[in-house]
Design a binder for this molecule. Structure first.
Ligand code: PNW
Length: 481
């Protein structure tokens, strides 16, 4: 034994024995079977996957569907990556049984999907298309036959093209309420959970303010604030319409990508600052919905650009909810400071880790703080994580597999922090992975892949990624493994 090895290992019998083996054979290790470290979720926790109609269905001209603003937008040159459209997408309109089989293979308890408004009302209002509603009855019955609970989003951005003025018009909020009432009446016997709208900021600010999404307008702040108001009014009227047309016990909520603020340090001061930031920065949307009012700081900042509110609007907007759905992908970091706002949102360096999408910063604590801040501020009856996931540069390799260990890394870390929230008693009842399968990622077209199942866009073949196997295990254990 050299001096060096003696210093490193000492002169124990085991070390001597191990060294004797060196270079000859692998020593037998006496550890036994490693025990997995489990971070358990509460009994009855709901695991699911999420999708949206325009992103997966295709069949845009089948069975009487009317056009939506996303058909028009994606067919306009220069609006989406490669000029991609949702014309065929995953063809889930025809392949829905295969998608339900994929859900079954994962072992999920629930599926969050959206309904295409213009399949039901081809012009957005007025004439009903019975084939549209029949399609969704078939999909939902297929889910129920496999004991998978449907969570239905009524509006995930595919606004009927026929509605003049789109969200610029207050009438669109009223048309949404009629559509919600009709669908609730038709599907209320088989759907236990309805969400009105998905992600206000995406179909208002990004669609009418910076032109990134359909209809691609760049309007001034005053008009955008009015559009935001019509959006939350639609939600509020939608809640009332669903309640009036479904059996008692039907749960009504929304899916919102509230800004999530994570304290730079878990001190009382920084934690208080994240709460102030959460309430302040979500003022036009979630704060208004939870409090039934626009808070002073929002109105002051908007000044003459503040939305015009009619009597009764805020009461409708603040309609009590059974759950809040949070779509959480990424955090902002906040510290306390001496400003009048009492918080500072920290700038993020260029080197901050991201997934395969510039906006998708990796900060898994967002799962815990997203839940905690909403609970501490507004104490909702329940929370579902209605979306979480990431895009990765996935490809099927020669062995026929997709080795997305990066997605598993992302999920393991995010779910570890969600588990912290449940273990501390916050009322999170379920989690929906975005997405079940790769799909039309809006302006990014098919270039970004968020699925647990890979989709080959030549053949529409679905292939489970490594993360699908991992997710199945997690559901089986009801724990982060
Ligand atoms: C959500 N951003 O959209 C949507 O609900 C899904 O339809 C979408 O496919 C998914 O997240 C992944 O992007 C977002 O720019 C789109 O921060 C853009 C942003 C966030 C969410």
């Amino acid at each position: 034994m050299s001096d060096m090895t003696r210093r490193l290992f000492g002169k124990t019998a085991a070390a001597t024995a191990a060294l004797a083996y060196a270079g000859t054979a692998v020593p037998k290790l006496a550890f036994g079977k490693p025990k997995p470290r489990l971070l358990p979720f509460p009994r009855g926790f709901i695991w699911g996957c999420a999708t949206a109609a325009y992103q997966i269905e295709g069949a845009t001209e089948v069975d009487g569907r009317g056009p939506s603003i996303w058909d028009t937008f994606s067919h306009t040159q220069g609006k989406t990556n490669h000029g991609d459209t949702g014309d065929i997408a995953d063809d889930s309109y025809h392949l829905y049984k295969e998608d339900v089989a994929s859900l079954k293979a994962l072992g999920v308890h629930a599926y969050r999907m959206s309904i295409s408004w213009s399949r039901i009302f081809p012009e957005g209002k007025g004439r009903v298309n019975p084939k549209g509603i029949d399609h969704y009855k078939r999909v939902i019955d297929e889910l129920l036959a496999h004991h998978i609970r449907p969570f239905i989003t009524l509006f995930h951005w595919d606004l009927p093209q026929g509605l003049a003025g789109g969200w610029q018009s207050r009438d669109t909020a009223l048309a949404f309420a009629d559509y919600a009432a009709f669908v609730a009446k038709q599907l209320g016997d088989r759907v236990g959970h309805f969400m009105t709208t998905n992600e206000f900021t995406c179909f208002t600010d990004l669609s009418y303010g910076n032109g990134q999404f359909a209809p691609g307008l760049k309007l001034p702040p005053g008009q955008v604030n009015q559009i935001r108001h019509h959006a939350i009014l639609a939600h509020g009227l939608g809640v009332q319409a669903i309640r009036a047309n479904t059996p008692q016990g039907t749960a009504v909520g929304l899916a919102e990508n509230a800004h999530v603020y994570v304290p730079v340090a878990e001190t009382a001061e920084d934690i208080a600052a994240t709460q102030r930031a959460t309430r302040d920065r979500n003022a036009p949307f979630l704060t208004a919905v939870m409090e039934g009012k626009y808070i002073d700081s929002y109105l002051q900042q908007a000044g003459a650009d503040a939305p015009k509110v009619q009597p009764g609007d805020m009461l409708a907007i603040g309609s009590p909810l059974d759950f809040v759905g949070l779509n959480i992908y990424t955090p902002d970091y906040v510290s306390a400071d001496q400003s009048t706002k009492g918080y500072r949102v920290e700038a993020v360096p260029k080197s901050y880790p991201r997934m395969d999408q510039p906006w998708l910063l990796v900060g898994p604590e967002c799962m815990y703080w997203g839940v905690r801040n909403v609970c501490d501020l507004w104490n909702p009856k329940g929370i579902y994580i209605t979306e979480n996931g990431c895009s990765c540069d996935d490809a099927v390799t020669d062995d026929g597999q997709v080795h997305d260990t990066d997605r598993i890394m992302y999920l393991r870390n995010h779910l570890t922090h969600l588990q912290r929230a449940t273990s501390e008693g916050y009322a999170v009842k379920g989690y929906f992975h975005w997405s079940l399968l790769d799909n039309f990622e809006w302006a990014d077209g098919y270039s970004k892949r968020f699925g647990l199942y890979h989709v080959d866009y030549q053949t529409r073949k679905r292939t489970p990624k490594l993360s699908a196997y991992w997710y199945r295990k997690l559901i089986e254990y009801n724990a982060v493994v």
